[in-house]
Ligand binder design. Sequence first.
Ligand code: URP
Ligand code: ZN
Ligand code: ZN
Length: 459
Amino acid sequence: MSVLIKNGRIITATDDYSADILIDGETVSAIGKNLPMKADRTIDAKGKLVIPGGIDPHVHMELPFGGTVSSDDFKTGTIAAAFGGTTTIIDFAIQSKGMTMTQAHEAWIAKSEGKCAIDYGWHMAITKFENADRAEMKKLYDAGVTTFKIFLAYPNVLMIDQPTVYRVMKNAGELGGLTLVHAENGEAIEERIRILVSEGKNEPKYHAVSRPPIMQADGVARAVKVAEFAKAPVFIVHVSCESAMMEIVRSRDDGNPAYGETCTQYLFLDESYYDKPNFEGAKYVFTPPLVPKENIEPLWKGLKLGYLQEVSTDHCPFFFKGQKELGKETFTKIPNGGPGVEDRLSMTFHGAMQRSFSLNKFIDITSTASAKMFGMFPRKGTIAVGSDADIVIFDPEKERTISAKTHHMNCDYSLFEGWKIKGEPQTVLSRGKVIIEDGQYKGRPGEGKFIKRGECATA
Ligand code: URP
Ligand code: ZN
Ligand code: ZN
């Protein structure tokens, strides 16, 4: 099957020009003005932006967490992602207690099998690691799982101790891999939670009180310093506040390969959302929590200046009814996470245009930087001859209102309910096949492929 996309304005992280794109099978085979070739199908992209498919490198489909399971599985979650213009996700295979990394990897393969509508990869989330586990880490690396995640939060569940942090960073770094860190001071936070609960402070807003920015900044400061000590690259996930971001910047200014991301929700929402009545604050209980409003513009500035590399979602949805409600008695029982994979590209476009980002920068933070950072470039993250034809035809003028009534995520609420935004993915191609068109999903679950990732561009 061949597809010719005509008359579009092609935007990559570096270029902005008008041309036609010929797709032959799964990859781009020619780009040029007025291409004379015929194709099985021609799409007119006049007046639209033609952009690389979005990459969301931080999602949790079907994650057992907080006594329940996140509500999007690999089918519903990846279809929702496709509607939102995201054509590649990276999920986290989590090594539960008593499991080897290989068993965790196999468990995630099994639950995604035959379900994915778009391409996908795994980060390996490690909860136990001895130096003897290096061979297993190398096997995963060779299989295309080149990024390893550790938690400095969630004591007794996912948190690891400092010797393990050092071992993971050192071994991953020596193998050419990258360590991702959920960076908070989990132990001090746990003590604050205990005190709050003992004082009868159980409402959702105390989730934010229990883990304020200073504890995130502390976690990041420690993570980047241990990474420096281990001479290893490090990537801090879901940075939500300026002080944490500046710890990354300080380390990089000192010459260390320290990087980070933020998520859509932190770019728009602030801690006042926890004050919503009728337990609705629980919808915004994710970790790290929303923070004071004055952090929002610094995060945007950080993206513009390259302090942070990309925008992910940490998509980990739970229904308000029946799941978030598990924490009606106390915030400690509210499953942590929120929906977002479908809204990332459009919300980021909306916010970036309001702040005069270049279109190139918008592409960089939603696709290209992740492809490079996580070892998929130039197969993913750009539009070039030979790259996968993951392409979004994006209408930059389309005005719409975000709502759970119209989204495709398997969740009964939206973090951005009622937000009026400009910009919508209109047609989405995954490796040359049109999977979203005219507001319909045209693909088949299971067509998404595992992407064997390579070395991460952290130099
Ligand atoms: O609240 C969140 N972020 N849930 C998912 C797990 C994590 O910490 O990334
Ligand atoms: Zn996390
Ligand atoms: Zn996460």
